[in-house]
Design a protein around this ligand. Structure first.
Ligand SMILES: NC(=O)c1ccc[n+]([C@@H]2O[C@H](COP(=O)([O-])OP(=O)(O)OC[C@H]3O[C@@H](n4cnc5c(N)ncnc54)[C@H](O)[C@@H]3O)[C@@H](O)[C@H]2O)c1
Ligand SMILES: O=C(O)C[C@H](O)C(=O)O
Length: 319
């Protein structure tokens, strides 16, 4: 699988380096190139991972791009550059700082890996995916944001914890933006094919929904110096591998909406078929009135962040 493929990772912090490690251990691609402001840290991690790859008999090479031009000709670039939140912060508090970082990083990707598919991870995720799209000028299928797989995995875990059984058999579904207004969908969640409301009470499902919405903050409250990275990294590698293997499997991803679900010129999380061309198809799931209302609120939250960027004349500088 993926022989000869090159994956770039910008931001070799907690999430980026864990993505690299998983890909290297899986032998998912031929080469992984790390890029970070902290060059020595990136070099140390690349060396460490290369030695782990040797131990695992993996053919993946991990190297460092010390200069922007060394992150060249990548098939996929994952962007995790930027600050994580700390306890008491919302993801949205990172907006202006991470938008500037995303802009710089995406300009280099556009120049040196002009055919890459970009997977955004930096927060606030939907707004950063929008920034990447505007800054790159790439077709919308080539810019995806990672969040829905993570949020759905969290919901699946909370269902399993509540039930006490079903490990590995739970399919949970979350749509909308990656914020407090995300839209967990119990109606589309099952355990070994059994609908959730056959297994849990409404109150129990409500608790799971609320905990899912605040799943990121729960981990920040324990870690204190940053945010989650194991589940985010695993979720990101699922997207990278779907692109490299051209699987065309459906995953919830943040993509630019152009009329889908009744919204345009905004990014939100929806089910997407992922393949070699990135977001190849956007799947239209039928939502009931209540779900539509929640989706609308979530889209409006993302739209507010885009408005804030506009008010700061952020997009006037887009090349
Ligand atoms: N979408 C999601 O579901 C999700 C999940 C987890 C984390 N995140 C977000 O991902 C981002 C990274 O999280 P983390 O835990 O890895 O943080 P981290 O602080 O561990 O790593 C971020 C890295 O980015 C680097 N960096 C900063 N500016 C850069 C630039 N211009 N060029 C290259 N590198 C640069 C930093 O040196 C650092 O190593 C945060 O914004 C976080 O909120 C999103
Ligand atoms: O919660 C955060 O700030 C990081 C990430 O978005 C997450 O959900 O873990």
């Amino acid at each position: 699988m993926g022989k000869g493929k090159r994956v770039g990772i910008v931001g070799a912090g907690n999430v980026g380096s864990t993505v690299a490690f998983i890909l290297a251990m899986n032998g998912s691609c031929h080469e992984i190139i790390l890029r970070d402001n902290k060059i020595d840290i990136a070099k140390g991690k690349a060396l460490d991972m290369s030695q782990a790859a040797a131990a695992a008999r993996s053919h993946t090479i991990v190297s460092v791009a010390e200069e922007p031009e060394q992150l060249k000709d990548c098939d996929v670039v994952v962007v995790t550059a930027g600050s994580p939140r700390l306890p008491g912060m919302s993801r949205d508090d990172l907006l202006l700082k991470n938008a500037q970082i995303t802009r710089e990083v995406v300009r280099d990707i556009k120049t040196y890996s002009p055919n890459a598919i970009i997977i955004m991870v930096s927060n606030p995720l939907d707004a950063m995916t929008y920034v990447a799209l505007r800054e790159s000028g790439f077709e919308r299928n080539r810019i995806l944001g990672m969040a829905g797989i993570l949020d759905s995995s969290r919901m699946a875990y909370f269902i399993q914890e509540k039930l006490g059984y079903g490990t590995g058999q739970i399919r949970a579904s979350v749509m909308g933006g990656h914020g407090d207004d995300m839209v967990p969908l119990p109606r589309y969640s099952t355990v070994a094919g059994v609908p959730l409301n056959d297994l849990l009470t409404d109150e129990e499902i409500d608790e799971i929904v609320e905990r899912t919405k605040h799943g990121g903050a729960e981990i920040v409250s324990y870690l204190k110096t940053g945010s989650a990275y194991y589940a985010p990294a695993k979720s990101t590698t699922i997207m990278v591998e779907a692109i490299l293997k051209d699987t065309k499997q459906i995953y919830p991803c943040a993509v630019y909406l152009d009329g889908e679900y009744g919204y345009s010129d905004v990014v939100s999380g929806v089910p997407v078929s992922i393949g070699a061309n990135g977001a190849e198809d956007i799947i239209n799931v039928s939502l009931n009135a209540c779900e539509r209302k929640m989706f609308k609120k979530s889209v409006e939250s993302v739209r507010k962040l885009i408005d804030t960027l506009n008010e700061n004349n952020f997009f006037e500088d887009c090349k």
